[in-house]
Design a protein around this ligand. Structure first.
Ligand code: AMP
Ligand code: MG
Length: 525
């Protein structure tokens, strides 16, 4: 495998190699080696990601790759580094953060010419580790590995996960921040993406008024990751041409972010920590921490106990938060523009893209050929009912594909209700909604078979429900490594019926309602 590492080759780095935890000025990264581990063992890998890199998945569990994926070895051509970024956390500027436990190994060209960066998460301390240890625990690594891949197979832009390796070393964590730390098994995920640059990479130099560094990162990002022939047509070697290109780039970041968020809302994904350091400049879902999937439809739900009080990152708030985060990015980029008009225009692209994507999703989820002006209110009425009657979002929409407008019947949806008494209490309203929906469908030109297929490509049957991830974690902790690959196999085809796996499409069981890891997650990972 060949590595060309443009990030470290073309951008200014820290003059200190390795070294302790510190503020790093005037540089976008620090060179740092992964810290070796005792007894690495491959738990799971994503065969498609391996294939994309031109690797045989069978090679990942043995040397030299096992060593590389656990931080014990570095291949010729790799130049490991940790990058330097800041961010707004829970609405407040947090200063320098950086890759505290992520170490990029190198950038490689795939056999078909795509550029991909390999990054280890949990491979030991870096200059950005602050007070923490640079490690990751098995439970959070399983969650990151599975969710990256589940999102990809759902058709949602995301960073990928090549491998999950147990380190054989314990990591000390206070899972509930209640003064009861315990040792947990450590793990490392090898993440893969064209770039791991975040909004916070631009915010940090801007916050330090280091406009030269900010400008270099913008130029680099456009050239490496957004090389669009039509943008260059305006010539980039004069100030007006450069500004036009930057404006197009910012609008594209806004567009991609809107597309990503619309997907999250479509499938019921709650990221949980949408700080600006967790927002990818490529519009990829990144940094899987205390994320969760909506079971019973609840716009106010967040799995993140650290955010329990204000619920800033609750399900239905994600579009507004994305816009807020883009405004932070715009603020950071402002010094590179003569006027703020192009940035405001870019934010407008977020709004228009999001509205269009939301309408398209609405039509596809409800089985309509198009979203007419009355349809958003029809959807809102449904969402209100799903919320009040505690109905499972994924099961309801999947079942809707079986709905026959000539025989509207609430009984079809029996499996989606969590509380029989709430179903009974809302039965009449549901029946009214279903009758309205039946009328709407009969007025829509899609033929029933096409409608059903379209709906089943939009409404997944299998999502990574929190309790499913937790069951895998429990099994791996009990020594059954195969549990990860087993669940991944089902999540690879989330839109297929796979009736033999129906148990994995079931409602969240009662035991999972209040169990840590299923309904409540902290940032401790
Ligand atoms: P997160 O909340 O995981 O997005 O992390 C926020 C910041 O804390 C980032 O700069 C991370 O690199 C850093 N961080 C989180 N966990 C650790 C850890 N165990 N060791 C070092 N840095 C960490
Ligand atoms: Mg993060």
């Amino acid at each position: 495998m060949l590595f060309d590492n443009r990030f470290v080759r073309e951008l200014p780095g820290d003059r200190v190699i390795g070294g302790g935890r510190r503020q790093v000025q005037g540089a976008l990264y620090s060179r740092v080696e992964p810290t070796p581990v005792d007894a690495p063992r491959l738990i799971a890998c994503a065969p498609e990601v391996a294939a994309q890199l031109g690797l045989d998945p069978r090679d990942l569990g043995v040397e030299p790759w096992l060593g590389v994926l656990s931080g014990n070895a570095v291949l010729p051509g790799m130049q490991p580094w940790a990058s330097n970024y800041g961010g707004h956390q829970f609405g407040h500027w947090a200063g320098q953060l950086g890759d505290g436990r992520a170490i990029s190994l190198g950038e490689t060209q795939t056999p078909v010419g795509d550029r991909l960066e390999l990054q280890l998460k949990g491979a030991g301390p870096t200059p950005y580790s602050r007070t923490a240890d640079g490690r990751a625990v098995m439970r959070s690594s399983i969650r990151e590995f599975l969710c990256s891949e589940a999102m990809h197979h759902l058709g949602i832009p995301t960073t990928r996960a090549l491998s999950l390796v147990a380190t054989g070393e314990p990591v000390l964590r206070d899972m509930f921040y209640d003064g009861n730390p315990r040792h947990e098994p450590g793990a490392i995920v090898c993440r893969v993406a064209p770039s791991f640059v975040r909004f916070g990479h631009f915010e940090l130099p801007a916050s330090r008024s280091d406009h030269a560094l900010l400008e270099r990162l913008v130029e680099f990002t456009i050239a490496r990751d957004f090389a669009k022939a039509e943008w260059n047509a305006g010539s980039s070697d004069n100030p007006t041409g450069r500004e036009t290109m930057r404006a197009q780039w910012f609008a594209e970041v806004c567009r991609r972010t809107a597309v990503m968020i619309a997907h999250w809302m479509r499938v019921g994904f709650v990221h949980g920590v949408m700080n600006t350091d967790n927002m990818s400049i490529l519009g990829l879902t990144i940094d899987y921490g205390p994320y969760g999937w909506v079971d019973n439809y609840d716009p106010d739900w967040t799995p993140n106990t650290t955010d329990a009080q204000h619920r800033r990152y609750r399900f239905a708030h994600q579009p507004q938060i994305a816009h807020w985060n883009l405004r932070c990015l715009a603020g950071a980029l402002a010094p590179l523009f003569q006027s703020t008009a192009p940035l405001i225009e870019g934010l407008g692209v977020f709004e228009s893209t999001y509205v269009a994507a939301e309408r398209a999703n609405l039509a596809a989820k409800l089985g309509l050929s198009e979203c007419r002006d009355d349809d958003p209110a029809h959807m809102e009425r449904l969402q209100g009912l799903l919320h009040e009657a505690e109905v499972d979002m994924t099961i309801f929409f999947r079942t809707l594909a079986e709905f026959d407008p000539r025989k509207p019947d609430l009984a079809l949806f029996a499996g989606a209700f969590y509380e029989p008494h709430k179903r009974d209490r809302h039965a009449e309203e549901f029946t009214l909604w279903l009758s309205a929906h039946a009328r709407r469908l009969l007025d829509d030109p899609l033929d029933p078979r096409e409608r059903r297929e379209r709906m089943n490509r939009t409404n997944p049957r299998y999502v990574l429900r929190n309790y499913l991830a937790q069951q895998v974690i429990d099994r791996v902790e009990a020594g059954d490594d195969g549990a990860v690959a087993e669940l991944l196999e089902v999540l690879r085809c989330p839109y297929d019926d796979q009736n033999e796996h129906a148990a994995l499409a079931a409602r969240r069981p009662d035991w999972a309602r209040e169990r840590a890891g299923c309904s409540m997650l902290s940032c401790s990972s």
